[in-house]
Design a protein around this ligand. Sequence first.
Ligand code: NAP
Length: 248
Amino acid sequence: MTRTILITGGSRGIGRATAILCGARGWSVAINYHSDEGAAQETVAAVEAAGGKAFALAGDVAREADVAALFAQAADAFGPITGVVNNAGIVGAKSSVADLSVERMRGIFDTNILGAFLVAREAARLMPRSRGGVGGSIVNLSSRAAVLGSAGEYVDYAASKGAVDTLTTGLANELAGEGVRVNAVRPGLIETDIHASGGQPDRAARMGAATPMGRAGTAEEVAEAILWLLDDASSYVTGAFIDVSGGR
Ligand code: NAP
């Protein structure tokens, strides 16, 4: 069955790996990015090479108008949206709570909490059957940090993912009777560019070695869990959390 999937932050890392797996199923994928258009176009080409349809959409998830435009353009291009991967997220540089600036916390909370809520809200307006939607699946990208707390690194980031967990539980219960499932994936230490953006390019490899599995994970390993939650194979699963973290 053909599907239309919107992936926020789909141009790189976990979002890109998810887009390519969607393409391999023949699904249509709207790939949102923030600033790196070249990476987004590379992902579009990779999805098409895998067998799907794709196009790239610029937009900041923390801006209400951008989020509405993302959903509208995706539906215009490919038909009603049946899956949303609420994936865009950022980290900051390593810091204690005592040293966090207001600007830094606002930036993290704007993208990771307000952005996740704006995307979830738009999905909740468009996907429920009582609102004329066709139902489907929303997958939120949380983090094991939500549980572990990220002391001495970025408690603000960890707390933003705690909010994503609560959003997942609440929205899952709101939409369970509407044909819309809402779940979250909590990755552990995954090899992507996000660690370099926080000033620690070696973080996943270094800390991954100390996990029970003794290694970092890959974006593709996280994408497999997201695909299962997007697909009807998980039809009785809502409000659930899948930890993809090598036991950490
Ligand atoms: P990544 O490689 O840094 O990619 C981030 C993606 O988000 C990029 O496509 C980026 O677009 C986009 N983005 C950033 N800010 C945005 C905004 N305001 N609006 C729209 N798009 C925005 O990150 P990742 O490692 O794949 O992480 C994906 C998700 O998994 C995040 O929510 C992250 O917190 C979570 N996660 C990751 C790990 C890990 O170890 N990697 C662990 C736990 C949880 P541009 O390139 O155009 O800026």
